[in-house]
Design a protein around this ligand. Structure first.
Ligand SMILES: NC(=O)c1ccc[n+]([C@@H]2O[C@H](COP(=O)([O-])OP(=O)(O)OC[C@H]3O[C@@H](n4cnc5c(N)ncnc54)[C@H](O)[C@@H]3O)[C@@H](O)[C@H]2O)c1
Length: 429
């Protein structure tokens, strides 16, 4: 990673100053603490000027230096300061229009997941990036967790033999609101898109390209409840990043997007995944991410938990400590991740969640900067990979509507889009 001084750092604006926009400041703090300065935060852009000002104030308080300019639109931003890149953290509905506008100005874009609201929106973003020869990076953080890096190294080193089956089950949620109202609205996101793209990315990270899938999807809980509605925001430091907005959201609202997917996914390697993502289950919740191979199994913890993974090889005791390194002796974290986490390999870590979150956002920034500087193989999660995850999440819904198994390609290429039709229509696409 080149050591830019702040004066040489790439001028970047955060566009979208809600929860994730504010969380990204933690990434800047971690970068500064690690002596890394790939970007200088020059702008906070949001039509909600309360949010933009809040982010600019917090940036100045946490990072020092001059206050980022506040702007309601990209036009205002461009006339107020020099910008070379944006960190796109609006709700997904606006990702494609803002990205295209930014690319046409010659700015590079790191877009939050899901890359676009539909496969068609993703295609438009990729075309605009290519047309303007700009970098399009997808801000996908789960795979960058040092525990997932170790897990991938173990799979690549053959520690469990040839992967055959991945069981990925994430079950719970009841009728509670997942962070915000828009996450339950089909025309703005949907929980299976919001969370599903993370898991889709993780499955391809471990198993390579997915090819076919058959799924049943459901909308189990059409009325969702917000437990924060009308409450006072805690002032004792216990309030989460989102609480100030959640207290203002309705206590009860209609959900329009499917909230559960039950799928079988095939991979080009011949591996198969059993996938359950159920955000509506009542009673006992559940988490399982296990890869079974020809010589053993790899049990993976929740992303960003810092908990240990566990290898169980046929005829051997389970391994979950330093002995894991003997199974992948060449494994080392990449330089920015090692600097940010304070070591070049881990089998566990014990940070607060917010610290881990911030460090992983910092890793994303380093990857984005390396791509802008032309480093080969960067960004790690490019437009295509981000769009593949969107396609996989919609492939579950498209399979339900079509009543058949579907290929990832037909959804990625936008040939199959019955579930997405009214979303595209609403976007004018
Ligand atoms: N990777 C992760 O772990 C993670 C976690 C949370 C959110 N996200 C992603 O980040 C994005 C934002 O989510 P959030 O939770 O911060 O949402 P949010 O609702 O808290 O904030 C969205 C912000 O975007 C602003 N906005 C809307 N239209 C805009 C426009 N045209 N220009 C500029 N700003 C605009 C809104 O005013 C709001 O301030 C989503 O894509 C979400 O999926 C990722």
């Amino acid at each position: 990673m080149p050591q830019a001084t702040l004066a040489e750092a790439i001028p970047l604006a955060i566009v979208g100053c809600g929860g994730m926009g504010h969380r990204r400041l933690g990434g800047f703090v971690e970068l500064a603490q690690a002596g890394l300065t790939p970007f200088q935060l020059v702008g906070a852009c949001d039509p909600d000027l309360g949010n933009a000002n809040s982010l600019a104030d917090e940036a100045q308080a946490k990072l020092g230096g001059s206050r980022p300019v506040v702007a309601a639109t990209l036009d205002e931003l461009a006339s107020a300061t020099e910008v070379a890149a944006i960190d796109l953290t609006t709700t997904p509905r606006f990702h494609h229009t803002i990205a295209v506008d930014a690319f046409d100005r010659g700015w590079h874009v790191m877009s939050e997941k899901p890359l676009g609201l539909t496969s068609r929106a993703c295609q438009i973003m990729m075309q605009a990036a290519a047309r303007n020869e700009c970098v399009l990076s997808t801000a996908e953080n789960y795979r960058r967790d040092p525990i997932n890096r170790l897990g991938k190294a173990l799979v690549e080193a053959g520690a469990i033999g040839t992967p055959r089956l991945m069981v990925h089950h994430s079950i719970g949620g009841s009728d509670g609101m997942l962070i915000s109202v828009w996450r339950h609205q089909k025309d703005q996101s949907g929980v299976l898109l919001d969370v599903g793209v993370h898991f889709a990315d993780i499955m391809e990270f471990y198993l390579g390209p997915a090819t076919t899938m058959y799924a049943q999807t459901r909308l189990h809980e059409p009325v969702r409840r917000n437990r924060f509605a009308g409450k006072q925001v805690a002032t004792d430091g216990s309030a989460g990043v989102y609480e100030r907005w959640q207290t203002q959201m309705p206590a009860e609202f209609e959900a329009t997007a499917d909230d559960a997917a039950y799928a079988t996914i095939g991979f080009a390697s011949g591996a198969v995944a059993s996938y359950i993502e159920d955000h509506a289950a009542r009673g006992q919740g559940g988490w399982k991410r296990t890869i079974y191979g020809s010589e053993g199994s790899l049990d993976l913890p929740g992303d960003r938990s810092g908990r240990r993974l566990r290898i169980q090889r046929e005829g051997s005791e389970p391994v979950d400590d330093e002995a894991l390194y003997e199974l992948c002796p060449d494994f080392r974290l990449d330089e920015p991740t090692a600097r940010l986490f304070g070591g070049d390999r881990f089998f566990e870590y014990t940070n607060e969640f917010s610290t881990t979150d911030s460090k992983l956002l910092a890793v994303e920034y380093c990857d984005f900067a390396a791509a802008i500087e032309g480093e080969a193989g960067r960004p790690e999660v490019d437009g295509i990979q981000g769009a593949r995850s969107v396609a996989m999440a919609y492939a579950w819904m498209e399979s339900q509507v079509a009543g058949r198994a579907v290929t990832l390609d037909e959804v990625f290429d936008d040939h199959l889009h019955a579930y997405q039709a009214d979303i595209n229509e609403g976007l004018g696409l």
